[in-house]
Design a binder for this molecule. Structure first.
Ligand SMILES: [Zn+2]
Length: 278
């Protein structure tokens, strides 16, 4: 998150309803490019996928994207940047995606349907954007949440059926459903659902806020290790501690660990070189 946004937090709380939902707590933390790079060094993470905040207002998205672009440039080889866009902006969203791709970003994310006020399942909303993403072989990362369990700031109602419908509408589009897809991997045990989710991946962001570590084995049993991307949700979770705990407690084999901790992301983002985490 840009230091300008963090230092003008009060103004942004008023400008965006979901930013207020997520950050009104005085203890809410913001990451900068510098704090993330330091955290990665500590955790032994070579490369991270980074996102700004997806505001409802396209102009605020663009300003947030400018900071991601700058961060990617300032830390060569360390960040894979994603652009925030407002899908309901239609051609404007495609224009912003193309501006960001031209400036070195590699996809869209993390979109926040509950906060930005769009419906992921509405096909018309994504017709132009999905075509543009596919043209650039760029993935779309979407917040997802559980229809059960405790509530938390920013949880929202982007539940598994919404992600499934998005995937069914655009079978070629590569989608990353955040936070274990709100439980969607379980439904990959249904053959027709598995088919519809062929190009859907799941990230592990905020995992210890939501699940115990058996979620790794359960998800791998349901959808396979090739679809799971390690993500921390920095600065929400401490990367070094999380990496150590996954190695010790998740019960993954060495090949599974290699896929989850970097190989899947490298394949998805067409990267070569060291490991990539979100
Ligand atoms: Zn999220």
């Amino acid at each position: 998150m840009s230091p300008e946004i963090a230092s003008a937090k009060a103004a942004y709380l008023e400008r965006d309803r979901w930013f207020d939902e997520c950050y009104r707590d005085p203890g809410a933390r913001f990451a900068t490019a510098e704090s993330l790079a330091a955290s990665m060094d500590l955790a032994g993470i070579a490369r991270s996928v980074v996102t700004g905040f997806a505001f409802a207002d396209p102009g605020l998205c663009a300003a947030s994207n400018d900071y991601i672009i700058e961060a990617v440039r300032r830390f060569p080889g360390r960040f894979v940047g994603l652009a925030a866009v407002q899908p309901d902006a239609g051609e404007g969203a495609v224009y912003e995606l193309e501006r960001c791709i031209g400036a070195g970003l590699r996809g869209i994310g993390e979109l926040l349907p509950d906060g930005q006020g769009f419906d992921p399942a509405r096909k018309e909303t994504f017709l132009l954007l999905a075509a543009a993403l596919q043209k650039y072989a760029a993935p779309l990362m979407m917040h997802a949440s559980e229809p059960v369990g405790h509530s938390y700031p920013g949880k929202g109602k982007t539940w598994p059926p919404k992600i499934l419908e998005l995937a069914a509408n655009f079978p070629e589009l590569r989608i990353i459903a955040a936070h274990w897809g709100g439980g969607l991997p379980f439904y990959e045990l249904m053959p027709e659902v598995r088919l519809a989710l062929s190009n859907v991946y799941y990230d592990t962001a905020a995992t210890t806020y939501l699940y115990d570590f058996r979620v790794f084995r359960a998800a791998i049993a349901a959808c396979g290790a090739a679809k799971i991307l390690f993500a921390s949700d920095h600065p929400l979770l401490k990367q070094d501690r999380l990496v150590k705990r996954i190695g010790a407690e998740a019960g993954l084999t060495e090949p599974e660990l290699a896929l989850v901790m970097g190989e899947n992301a490298a394949r998805l983002f067409n990267l070569t070189g060291p490991d990539t985490n979100i």
